[in-house]
Design a protein around this ligand. Sequence first.
Ligand SMILES: [Fe+2]
Length: 400
Amino acid sequence: MGSSPPFSIANNNMCRLPLFIAEKETPGEDGFQERDAMDQEVFIARQEQDLAARIPGVLQQRKDLGLEGLVHGLDSVIISTEPGRLELSAEELLWYTGLTLEAHFEDDSFTTLVLGTKGSASFLLRARKKGENPFDAVNSAQKTRNLPNTRLETFVFRTTGLERYVEIQTERGIRFMTTDITDYPHFRFIQTMPSRYTGNSLGFIEWTGEKGGYAPHDAVQLPHSPKKPDLPHLANIHGLDHAATRVKAIERNDAIIEFMELTTYSFDFAVFVRSLNSITSVARLSSDDFAMVFTSGIAPFRENTDPGPTEMFIRNYGTRVHHIAFQTDRVEDTYNALKKDGLEFLVALVGSEKEGLKQTFSLPSPHTMLVNEYIHRYQGFDGFFTKSNVEMLTRVTGKQ
Ligand SMILES: [Fe+2]
């Protein structure tokens, strides 16, 4: 870490709440000017103090309302595509990740492909067949006009006591997409309306039958296609490590607090990159679980100043998930093999074995707009990210 020591805030849930602050960067780099520096320090202080002040209350409220223990880890993610791109989206994930096709079915409302791999949240790729899209408003942005229905829409969490959970959250004013929990052959399910801060929905699933049986009553099974290519390096690519959602600077804390109020996650740490006007904030359930990452600007978008890659991305694509990260072994060989197979990258591998971490970003998918991250943490690395990697990876997303 840099010269600034992490500071700790005691709270009821975690013994520490470190906020890792980026070291001072040189004014003049990347359009970052001296005159902005003071402004930025004010915004940083505001971000930190406001979040630190709000977290203990959320943790206490979760306890008081009886929410603790009802929501667990990530079960699945739902990625919506345009109907003509559904199979292409699946094909791309089959070729460039370790995911395999587990089910393919069609019902009245959707065509769905279920992809999965050991120890990972499942991926439900789906295209709407009819009806209104509740994500219409949040999907619409300058560069998304050709893909108006495309988004990683929903993060689905495993629950026990779904009935109770919905009662408590409804009482708190949370709006769900359906008035009641929906019963499926193997599970019960409900999801929130898209968040005003992230555009994402959170889903809650309670398994009552065979885990992984996502098909509804009226589903018609479709052929198991597209096929998984027989490529040995894909065995090096494992489950979903984290996903990063880009949110507006001014709504970063609201987005984190809202997520904590709806799940059992805790805010873990943040990396500030002043020169790129960027904060990467990480919320976690435990060190073994999927991590939810929020990327935001430090200062809000202003005309005639360089907004940095995060605020610019939101201008172009709206608030949405920017990348999905897969744990990857033998990361150099895997990166080279993926490249040979036609996957293009925003950047070569960043980081080193010495630092404990290597990562890279693919180009955004033409079908889902999602970037794939491949991440390898070397043995003995006890962190989650390194500041230098965060900075390099954030910088290259300015090319999007
Ligand atoms: Fe990431």
